[in-house]
Design a protein around this ligand. Structure first.
Ligand SMILES: Nc1ncnc2c1ncn2[C@@H]1O[C@H](COP(=O)(O)OP(=O)(O)O)[C@@H](O)[C@H]1O
Ligand SMILES: O=P(O)(O)OC[C@H]1O[C@](O)(COP(=O)(O)O)[C@@H](O)[C@@H]1O
Length: 310
């Protein structure tokens, strides 16, 4: 079974304006509200691929209920710890003129010690050898980076595999817990290592540096360019198919879904990465944080290319 853990889910509200400008009132031409949060996006992409998963995490208030209803209406099993306050809303303002955007993520509700213990127990109750666990997203107030370490230890000690898709301090402190995979984008990888990320050779060097911090495999996603994989001291560059881009938000989460989908079917990391690229590209061609369809993914997969970088 595949599980996703989202400590800080989000409602994603997107407004499209003509042009982004400051010190003036912008009028939305279009607006939409999506079920977001990194792990929940992974669960939605997996569903679109025809694969079941269980979504765990913290949820709060009316927004939390809305996310729960949405996931369940898609046929995704949920198991949340309900906390005080309100699940956050993240706002994106997108320019119709050139696709540039401004995105503001709220911090989310404060989680207390009892909530943390409850979620850890739910994970202990479910985890079994051979399962795949995606731990994804930022930490809400009250949650220290070491909480991810605790969860990774629970899951790995039971013989299950962990994908960690997070950023900043939570990523820095948990590489040493040796998750099977981390997937920063180029900006996150730069923040983590302080190294430049301007050329494929630089990205490979950054991947090697992150690999030395502990994860078994490292994938650095590069938006429309594709991604670099570093695995056991070797590196591969996978190029993304050309699409008409609509909204890149959630592409990384779809990529993670495609990778876990491939690996859970017995793919090599290279083949799984190609599936991840196709899923990321499919989602980037959708408006808002809608995910790509399986048909689209199959079509794009035939255009993904991967080669070893020596
Ligand atoms: N405009 C695009 N064209 C083609 N593929 C894309 C595009 N944007 C994203 N992707 C695909 O989705 C993957 C993840 O996107 P990226 O923006 O790097 O992740 P994140 O959302 O985590 O920042 C990329 O590696 C790429 O394969
Ligand atoms: O947990 P974080 O890092 O604040 O990110 C949450 C946001 O990331 C998203 O999951 C999109 O992530 P990606 O663009 O990295 O795939 C949004 O749905 C959500 O608003």
């Amino acid at each position: 079974m595949i599980y996703t853990v989202t400590l800080n889910p989000a409602v994603d509200r997107e407004m499209t304006v003509d042009t982004i400008a400051f010190d003036t009132v912008l009028r939305a031409l279009e607006w939409r509200v999506d079920c977001g949060g990194k792990g929940f996006n992974v669960a939605r992409m997996l569903k679109s691929l025809g694969t079941s998963s269980v979504a765990l995490g913290f949820a709060a208030g009316k927004s939390g209920e809305m996310l729960n209803d949405k996931l369940q209406s898609l046929g995704i099993e949920t198991e949340f710890v309900w906390v005080d306050g309100e699940t956050r809303t993240n706002v994106s303002i997108v320019s119709a003129e050139n696709g540039q955007y401004v995105k503001v993520n709220e911090p989310g509700p404060t989680i207390n010690g009892a909530d943390l213990a409850q979620l850890a127990q739910k994970i202990r109750d479910r985890v079994q050898a051979g399962d795949w666990w995606v731990l994804a997203g930022s930490l809400p107030p009250g949650v220290e980076p070491s909480y991810y370490t605790e969860l990774i230890t629970i899951i790995q000690s039971a013989g299950a595999k962990v994908f960690l898709d997070t950023s900043d301090e939570a990523l820095r402190q948990n590489c040493s817990a040796k998750p099977l995979l981390v997937k920063p984008n180029d900006e996150e990888a730069h923040k983590l290592t302080g190294l430049p990320v301007n050329t494929p050779a630089e990205i490979v060097a950054v991947g090697m540096a992150i690999s030395a911090m502990g994860p078994v495999s490292v994938i650095i996603s590069l938006g429309k360019v594709g991604a670099v994989l570093v695995d056991k001291g070797k590196a591969w560059l996978a190029t993304s198919p050309k699409i008409v881009a609509a909204n890149p938000i959630g592409a990384g989460d779809s990529m993670v879904a495609g990778i876990v989908w491939g690996l859970s079917q017995g793919d090599s990391m290279q083949d799984a990465l190609c599936k991840g690229i196709a899923c990321g590209a499919a989602t980037a061609s959708q408006k808002g944080t809608s995910v790509g369809s399986r048909e689209q993914v199959n079509d794009l997969l035939s255009q993904v290319q991967i080669r070893e970088v020596k």
